[in-house]
Design a binder for this molecule. Structure first.
Ligand code: COA
Length: 404
């Protein structure tokens, strides 16, 4: 037995994994989303995202993601009505929000409130129906948590939801206290459609991984929110806006980008693990950013475009490789011009992605795609100390020496 272990152990010890970051490793089947990274296509349940942004709205897109096809009028009415009805949070959750330090990071706030909602769950059991209801609740309540938090931390009155407004318009209204005009509400609605789903990205994989243990939906979604908070994932658009504010004017962009690249730093909002061409979401957001710049007279679209162009040119010149904007490059300035505080950019990603996460949790739990999913359990290659067949000799604490 020891010999067998040793042979295996020393074999593993000599190699390093080739699967760092699980790139291109297929771990499950899904019917929810397809990404063609070569041709720059994003498909939700068979429908092209570029078609959905023209013809659909967030409510219908969320309903599509949670079901197998576009809803009938009756199903969509019922779904939208249920989303509107669920625009509230338990009183104690609101009280707890008020007790948090005003400096708390909004992503930490939303993550912990989502965990807290588990304690108020009215559903019995863990069947598909209960999880569908939880999904509607979470999609509806995440924006409520964020808008309440924004009002509380800035010392303003909480704005009660309006049942006359759609998901996008109501969120902006609760955040700012001002009903958005129809163009602004539609721009934000398109942003929500674009961010609603993106296959096995880090946060969705986190949600599915947690769901694979049969943990409940709140645990899975709060894990996803944690994953989304990192700057290489959802946190990138906050970093993009920080960059734009530092650059300030279009004519300073070239030098700024060149200096960063020369130091080996990454330009946020550029590059993607899957798209090796233009991210189709970036294309739509570029136009939204342009429209908003025109509407508000702000310079951010032009500065962002310069960042895009210079980064592409420099990467080509220095590394001989192509790089394209990702979803975060133009969403940063779009949100900024919508009057959304910068540190809410990533929480807004969660407002929208709640639809994708919950659809994936349901798929993971109820094996809607075959083969049936199972508990995720990847393998690591041990490259640590090797000190003989039974490991290192345990040295009593008083005999340990400080490493020089
Ligand atoms: N700025 C500068 N260089 C970049 C870059 C960026 N944004 N993105 C990738 N590169 C470079 C890397 O430095 C690397 O160069 P090297 O081969 O000389 O080391 C090469 O391109 C490949 O990078 P890698 O991290 O292997 O590519 P990836 O496809 O796994 O990276 C991201 C994907 C998203 C992690 C990466 O593009 C990135 O860090 N982007 C900025 C963060 C961001 O916008 N995230 C949001 C994603 S939606």
């Amino acid at each position: 037995m020891t010999e067998l272990f040793n042979t295996h152990f020393s074999q593993y010890h000599k190699v390093q994994t080739k699967n760092i970051g699980l790139r291109n490793i297929e771990v499950a089947d899904t019917k929810i989303c397809a990404i063609d990274g070569i041709n720059g296509k994003l498909i939700y349940r068979g429908y092209d995202i570029l078609d959905l942004v023209k013809k659909s709205n967030f409510e219908e897109t969320a309903c599509l993601l949670l079901n197998d096809d576009l809803p009938t009028e009756k199903i969509l009415d019922d779904f939208s009505h249920r989303l509107t009805e669920a625009r509230n949070i338990p009183e104690d959750v609101e009280k707890n929000l008020k007790n948090l330090p005003k400096t708390a990071n909004p992503m930490d706030v939303v993550q912990s409130r989502v965990s807290e909602l588990a304690a108020y769950d009215k559903e019995k059991g863990d069947d598909r129906h209960a999880n569908y209801n939880r999904a509607i609740d979470l999609i509806s309540k995440i924006p409520i948590i964020i808008s309440y938090w924004e009002r509380i931390r800035t010392g303003k009155e909480i704005i009660p939801p309006s049942s006359n407004l759609g998901h996008a318009g109501n969120f902006l209204y609760m955040l700012t206290g001002k009903e958005p005009d129809s163009e602004i509400a539609r721009i934000f609605d398109i942003c929500l459609i674009l961010h609603a789903e993106h296959s096995f990205n880090a946060s969705t994989f986190a949600a599915r991984e947690v769901a694979s243990t049969r943990a409940h939906m709140y645990a899975a979604v709060s894990a996803a929110i944690g994953a989304l908070s990192g700057e290489l994932h959802g946190g990138a658009n906050f970093q993009v806006m920080k960059m734009l504010l530092e650059i300030q004017t279009e004519d300073r962009a070239e030098q700024w980008i060149k200096e960063k690249l020369a130091k080996g730093e990454r330009i946020m909002g550029m590059g993607h693990a899957v798209y090796k061409t233009f991210d189709p979401r970036a294309e739509v957001l570029r136009e939204l950013s342009r429209r908003l710049s025109e509407k508000t007279g702000q310079p951010w679209y032009k500065i962002t475009k310069k960042v895009e162009d210079i980064t592409e040119e420099e990467m080509k010149k220095v590394k001989g490789s192509d790089i394209f904007p990702n979803v975060d490059l133009y969403s940063a300035s779009t949100y900024y011009m919508l009057g959304i505080p910068m540190d809410l950019n990533t929480p807004i990603f969660a407002v929208s992605r709640a639809a994708g996460w919950t659809a994936h949790v349901i798929e993971e739990k109820f094996a809607e795609a075959q083969p049936k999913p199972m508990l995720y359990r990847p393998k690591a290659v041990y490259v640590g100390k090797y000190c003989g067949p039974s490991g290192c000799e345990y040295v009593p604490i008083e005999k340990r020496v400080t490493p020089s």
